[in-house]
Design a protein around this ligand. Structure first.
Ligand code: GLN
Length: 485
């Protein structure tokens, strides 16, 4: 195996034993990037110079015996987290030249833990999308089938891990943007509880839903990343001062006596039969592992997509008001006056999907319609949250498909926003309720496309997610395949 194919914990061992240097690991990642990046397009921007400088620093520290959890580990960052001095575009023309003057808290934390940053990954513009096709920088392709989408919006972060162009990466999840691409690319992706990970320096899409989380090659790596990312941040008012357990200790535990809820509303018509079959298999693996699967009901599930597509655009319309060409980013030239400058900047700077969201959101918040849309959606959201609270009185975790279908073809849904929105039908509820969720690889279709199973837990129960996901991973023994690129 090449170094770039290894997991964080495997590399940690090799570094500790003095078998490899950070420089060698970084070289192996960049030679892989040289070989496949042109076809996959995981990255908007590579940070080669910075990466080798960080690797050299890591090697000095290793020599001194100063080895931190991510010392010398190549990590990719979704281009939605601010990196000091490194252009951060959010996949948008309007920010194509934006150079942040500070680092996001997660970037600082990863850096303090010794990480080597490889680059900024491609994403749907402002994280609005499920396929990484709305990026101003072009589409990312699924490494398992280059004709297909990798999922979104954190598509580049998923493909960078799946194609071994980094060891782990960071994404953001507002309605599924970590778990959905993780499922479609065959990697592990976790959306933490709302408030678990600081969003300071995360470019805002929908502030009551956004969370930052990791993509990794296995569940143990996910726990290692969460140990670094989680925790209170005085700079972020929604971050919660709750104690952070050592997530890694959950990775080896069994799940004897665990109660796993199977929500009947998530096994509906329209799911790909191969996904349904994979879920049946996953349920039996969980049962063989000592878990007790019980049918449950989340009665307001049918309102999730509609509720999300009021709340998320409403918040986006407000968050995106700041892009006016005055303070940063793109500014239209050839304008008549100030108003014309605003209009042209936003018209030329935003893509079609972002404009659609701004229009929906502005409409939903406008005086005459607020009660009918935004207020109604907020009420529905409270019911959706209550469904989960009821279920978690009797269940440790919930098992669902991560996505209704495997990766679809590039271009297949770009003209049909509603079909695109339905790709997140199983992931959106966790964001509305603020609970954590993880997507874990659970097999392949006959055509060789990855399928993911999702586990959901109650607030701040990421430990349970790691526990059930790692027990599943150990016992399912899903064949280790690599995309043939
Ligand atoms: N696909 C969903 C949307 O388009 C979710 C995106 C996300 O989680 N950032 O809004």
């Amino acid at each position: 195996m090449e170094l770039n194919q290894l997991t964080i914990h495997e590399l940690q061992e090799k570094i500790k034993n003095g078998d490899v240097s950070a420089k060698q690991i970084t070289e192996s990642v960049f030679s892989r990037i040289d070989a496949v990046e042109e076809r996959v397009h995981s990255y908007i921007r590579l940070m080669k110079e910075e990466a080798f400088a960080a690797a050299a620093k890591a090697d000095e520290n290793i020599k001194k015996g100063d080895v931190k959890p991510l010392t010398g580990i190549p990590i990719a960052l979704k281009d939605i987290v601010c990196t000091k001095g490194v252009t951060t575009t959010c996949g948008s023309h309007i920010l194509h030249n934006f150079v942040p003057p500070y680092n996001a808290t997660v970037v600082e934390k990863l850096k303090d833990a010794g990480a080597v940053f490889i680059g900024k990954t491609n994403m749907d513009e402002f994280a609005m999308g499920s396929s990484t096709e709305t990026s101003w920088f072009g589409s990312t392709r699924n490494p398992w089938d280059l004709e297909r989408i990798p999922g979104g919006s954190s598509g580049g972060s998923a493909t960078a891990v799946a194609a071994d162009e980094c060891i782990a990466s960071i994404g953001s999840d507002t309605g599924g943007s970590i778990r959905q691409p993780a499922a479609l690319c065959g990697v592990v992706g976790l959306k933490p509880t709302y408030g678990r990970v600081s969003r300071f320096g995360l470019i805002a899409f929908a502030s009551s839903l956004d969370q930052i989380g990791p993509f990794t090659k296995d569940v143990e790596d996910c726990a290692i990343m969460m140990n670094v990312l989680a925790g209170y941040d005085a700079k972020e008012s929604t971050s919660v001062p709750a104690e952070v357990p050592d997530y890694r200790q959950f990775a080896g535990l069994d799940i004897k006596g665990f109660r796993i809820g199977i929500p009947k509303e998530y096994f509906i018509e329209g799911i790909d039969p191969e996904v349904t079959a994979a879920m049946k298999k996953a349920i039996s693996v969980i049962e063989q592992s000592g878990g007790q699967c019980v049918e449950i009901s989340l009665p307001h599930t049918q309102y999730c997509v509609a509720t999300y597509y009021i709340i998320a655009p409403a918040e986006a319309s407000s968050n995106l008001a700041r892009y006016d060409g005055v303070r940063y980013g793109f500014r239209a030239s050839e304008v008549r006056d100030l108003l014309d400058m605003y209009k042209n900047t936003r018209m030329q700077g935003f893509g079609a999907e972002v404009k659609r969201r701004i229009m929906i959101g502005t409409y939903a918040l406008s005086a005459g319609y607020y009660d009918a849309y935004y207020k109604k959606a907020s009420q529905a959201r409270a019911l959706i949250k209550r469904d989960f609270e009821e279920v978690f009185k009797n269940c440790d975790v919930i098992l669902t498909p991560a996505t209704p279908t495997p990766a679809f073809k590039i271009g297949e849904k770009t003209d049909d926003p509603l079909q695109m929105y339905l790709s997140d039908i199983f992931t959106i509820s966790a964001n509305l309720a603020g609970i954590p969720g993880i997507s874990v690889p659970c097999g392949f279709t006959t055509g060789g496309l990855p399928i993911g199973v999702q586990f959901l837990a109650s607030h701040f129960e990421e430990g349970k997610l790691i526990q059930v996901a790692s027990a599943y991973e150990r016992n399912a023994k899903i064949e280790k395949r690599r995309p043939a690129l």
